[in-house]
Ligand binder design. Structure first.
Ligand SMILES: [Zn+2]
Length: 232
């Protein structure tokens, strides 16, 4: 559950591909259509997100249509998110970085966090197709590490899935490794350097657990494991 189409792929594409491969049901909820992006349009972004979803093999992808750049953490936005949480009833939600270069990321993280809490309250009433939804709260919420380096609380080996992640990111073809001038001006993310940087981040997280590629996540609460021998 992330604010811009492409946040999920960049931050957790390997994790998504891994759990899809292991038979889990994985869905992506984008809060906005990324309509303020400098290259491409909301329409091209939607097509790119569909292509990336196919590459990752997710079961569902929904867009909540909040306003890119201007959404607020208020009741209407929260209710849209609560409706999605209660509809899909995910065990785990991964959302944006707690704080980042793009201010939408930290704001979305807080908005999703507040909405997850409210979603568990039965007196917060929402409807899906005129049927009142049941209160529901996922058991775990994690945040991405995005542009700004944040020390992750856990890192996950995504080595067998790095290629799928890379393909899913490159499905946003007006955004990454993109040179077509008709799609807009060159930006910080459109040069090949950005993909190299994304790879370097996965390499660095991997290095810390002695695997080639990993993705890192933070948690707002203390994380427990059932067996310390599962840790690497
Ligand atoms: Zn973003």
């Amino acid at each position: 559950m992330t604010v811009h189409p492409d946040d999920a792929e960049l931050g957790a594409g390997g994790t998504i591909a891994k759990y899809v491969a292991e038979g889990k049901k994985v869905g992506i909820v984008d809060l906005t259509r990324g309509e303020l992006g400098s290259r491409g349009t909301a329409e091209t972004r939607t097509e790119e997100a569909e292509a990336a979803s196919k590459i990752l093999g997710v079961s569902v992808r929904e867009n909540l249509g909040l306003r890119d750049g201007f959404f607020q953490n208020e009741e209407e936005s929260q209710k849209k998110i609560i409706r999605a949480i209660r509809k899909f009833r995910p065990e785990i939600i991964i959302t944006n970085a707690l704080d980042d270069r793009h201010p939408d990321h930290g704001r979305a993280s807080k908005l999703v966090n507040d909405s997850i809490f409210l979603s568990g309250l039965r007196r917060v009433v929402t409807f899906e197709d005129d049927v009142e939804q049941e209160a529901f709260r996922p058991r775990l919420q994690l945040q991405l590490v995005q542009d700004k380096y944040i020390q992750p609380d856990i890192v996950l080996d995504i080595t067998p899935y790095w290629n799928i992640k890379e393909q899913a990111v490159l499905a946003y073809k007006t955004q990454f490794n993109a040179t077509n001038e008709e799609d807009g001006p060159q930006t910080y993310i459109s040069s090949p350097d950005f993909m190299e940087y994304t790879k370097a981040r996965a390499r660095e997280f991997g290095r810390n657990i002695q695997v080639p590629f990993a993705e890192g996540f933070t948690s707002r609460k203390l994380l427990g494991v059932r067996d310390i021998f599962d840790l690497i």
